[in-house]
Design a protein around this ligand. Structure first.
Ligand SMILES: Cc1ccc(CCc2c3nc[nH]c3cc3c(=O)[nH]c(N)nc23)cc1
Ligand SMILES: [Zn+2]
Length: 371
């Protein structure tokens, strides 16, 4: 069960306001999706995720297959019941994680063989296997198994790779049959516009509930990521959501919304939080710095999250320096709230037809610097 509704198109940019409906509820777009790789968004509870306004979270086929295994999750009635999250969940197919995490991998027509990064045992992931795992996890949105080529990557290899990715996408759609879960296609093609066009046309031809732009946020310069995104969205149907995988910083999200992207995921808010790097309206702030030792100010005076309503920078710095686990939790709550509030404000700006001014103002403020 899946349906996307386009509510409004910005007049000056390619920004869009919309929402999609799933079995587990509605998600407004543009949206930021917190990453919960192994069945938890690190350090926070489902209730805290709801408090910061999370509407959908991500899970991962690769990690959950390795541990605890999809049969264990299925035993508990699927991922929603297992992790106590009753809103939508999107799972990645495992392809990207194989290419970025696993030792020794071998890609053939049939699928990809790799060794687990946990205990080294051999695993053979095929399009059919990936769909089987995601079905047992019971995610609302499944991703096709694709090959995310590295950056840089020579054009001849990318040319062959997108053909494989298209054949795997077809096999995923066939393997899904008439299951209730939505299935998103993934467009590849590296940084080559002609290959991006070819991949987009082939994936759209197969037909999916939504379309992801893959193969970016893999080390290429931001300008290149923006250009490829801008080029690719023109080849995706208007009446389906567009998901730019792995993106990005607050600036990236503003820039890519204006280039026609609806869905984002990134480990940045959660990973940076655990490293003491906090997002504020004026840019990033390093909480461990000496200068915050006696500061009684909140992280961000424009923020009304639990952390900013209750704690000073001085206390948060102390917790972080002391290695207190509470530091990781309070920092994560703030950073997630920052990202989720940013996309909420983006939605409101598109609704009020002032997105371009909003984007310019935000980008200026981010440059001021939080430290
Ligand atoms: C839990 C979870 C974590 C991460 C992701 C997205 C992971 C991700 C990328 N991240 C950065 N760039 C990325 C590119 C691709 C890609 O081309 N294909 C796929 N399947 N995933 C990607 C999805 C789910
Ligand atoms: Zn806050």
């Amino acid at each position: 069960m899946f349906r996307f509704t386009l509510v409004k198109k910005d007049k000056k940019t390619k920004a869009r306001l919309g929402f999609f409906e799933t079995l587990h509820g509605k998600v407004e777009t543009p949206i930021f999706m917190p990453v919960g790789t192994a069945g938890s968004v690190k350090t926070v509870t489902p209730d805290e995720l709801k408090d910061v306004g999370a509407q959908i979270i991500l899970g991962n086929t690769y990690h959950l297959h390795l541990r605890p295994g999809e049969d264990v999750v299925n035993h508990f009635g699927g991922l929603h019941k297992f992790i106590r999250w009753d809103r939508p969940i999107l799972t990645d197919s495992g392809g990207f994680q194989v290419f970025s995490l696993a030792e020794l991998k071998n890609i053939t027509e049939e699928g990809v063989t790799f060794r687990s990064h946990l205990d080294g045992h051999k695993i053979f992931l095929t399009p059919e296997k990936s769909i089987e795992i995601q079905s047992k996890l019971g995610s609302d949105i499944m991703m096709v198994l694709d090959e995310c080529v590295p950056y840089p990557c020579e054009k001849e290899y990318v040319k062959k790779s997108i053909k494989l990715t298209t054949r795997w996408a077809k096999r995923c759609k066939e393997a899904k049959k008439n299951q209730w879960q939505a299935l998103f296609g993934i467009v590849q093609g590296g940084v080559y516009e002609d290959l991006r066009k070819q991949s987009a046309e082939e994936i759209v031809e197969i037909g999916f509930d939504g379309y992801a732009i893959g193969g970016l946020s893999v080390g290429e310069e931001n300008r290149l990521m923006y250009d490829i995104t801008d080029f690719t969205t023109d080849y995706l149907p208007e009446d389906r959501p567009r998901y730019l995988m792995g993106v990005g910083t607050p600036e990236d999200i503003l820039e890519c919304v204006s280039r026609g992207v609806d869905m984002f995921d990134c480990v940045m808010p959660t990973r940076n939080a655990r490293n003491g790097l906090l997002f504020t309206s004026y840019g990033k702030l390093h909480i461990k710095r000496e200068q915050w030792k006696l500061s009684d100010k909140p992280i961000d005076e424009n923020c009304n999250c639990y952390t900013c309503k209750n704690f000073s920078r001085g206390y948060l710095r102390h917790l972080f320096k002391a290695g207190e686990i509470l530091a990781l939790r309070l920092n994560t709550i703030h950073n997630l709230h920052f990202y989720i509030s940013l996309v909420k404000d983006i939605r409101n700006a598109i609704r009020k037809e002032c997105f371009e001014e909003f984007k310019k103002e935000k980008l200026e403020m981010f440059k001021i610097g939080g430290d």
